[in-house]
Design a protein around this ligand. Structure first.
Ligand code: SAH
Ligand code: DHB
Ligand code: MG
Length: 222
């Protein structure tokens, strides 16, 4: 049996050191509780990590699939320069409404656009509207179509685009090829496709901490 308490404590130690007392993010986390939204946002340290990655790739144009309450959205949008844009796709109108309040409170109204609807219906519109290429794409919506989301991410990319996908290890359940869970099957299929795509250089970072054991896939378009 693994002692997960040490991972949680160290994760909290890191976020208390590097991201203390952030009102907009605290209010966003509180909204998840008061609005009865599932507690499945990325962790504070994962948010800071995405923020650093967005800065590293000088992102001016970010695409996110899966907004929830806007927690990851706020972390990434804060890395945008003046005039930068983040488009985030969310299926659930209640999540989108709460996220909009959180984004407004964070002072990011002009930088973030939430598009409500199924990601798979909105992705072709981004292509038709010529809103690509994106500098960074974060895949974090429903897990069964992750492979399709990745194919769309490639269409909306340019060489150098950074593509990140959350939740691709699922407590190690991806190790079992016979796992019947649709979410596990979806990320398993995504991981295999990612590894077999010659157009990207990719890996997966295993994550432990305040969230369950999971992983984030990281790919750069060649
Ligand atoms: N990125 C967020 C967490 C996203 S949770 C954060 O870390 O803060 C996954 C979100 O995807 C949920 O809000 C869910 O409603 C949304 N979702 C589920 N199916 C979807 C679909 N088909 N298209 C777009 N969003 C979807
Ligand atoms: C789930 C989704 C997520 O994006 C996440 O980070 C954790 C769990 C889920 O749908 O179960
Ligand atoms: Mg996630």
């Amino acid at each position: 049996m693994i002692n997960t308490e040490i991972f949680e404590q160290v994760d909290s130690y890191i976020s208390n050191l590097f991201n203390p007392g952030d009102e907009a993010l605290a209010a966003t986390q509180l909204s998840i509780v008061t609005e009865n939204i599932p507690s499945i946002s990325i962790s504070p340290n994962q948010g800071k990590f995405l923020h650093i990655l967005a800065k590293l790739c000088n992102a001016k144009n970010i695409l996110e699939m899966g907004t929830l309450a806007g927690y990851s959205t706020i972390w990434m949008a804060r890395a945008l320069p003046e005039g930068g844009k983040l488009i985030t796709l969310e299926f659930d109108p209640h999540h989108a409404a709460v996220a909009q309040q959180n984004i407004d409170r964070a002072g990011l109204t002009d930088k973030v656009e939430i598009r409500v609807g199924k990601a798979i219906d909105n992705l072709p519109k981004l292509l038709a509207e010529r809103l690509y290429p994106f500098d960074m794409i974060f895949i974090d919506a429903d897990k069964p179509p992750y492979a399709e989301y990745f194919e769309w991410a490639l269409k909306l990319s340019r060489p150098g685009t950074l593509i990140i996908a959350d939740n691709v290890i699922r407590d190690g359940k991806v190790l079992d090829p016979g796992n019947g869970d649709d979410m596990v099957k979806g990320v398993h299929r995504f991981n295999k496709l990612l590894a077999a795509t010659p157009g990207v250089t990719a890996t997966i970072m295993q994550t432990v901490g305040v969230k369950e054991h999971d992983g984030m896939a990281i790919a750069i378009v060649n």
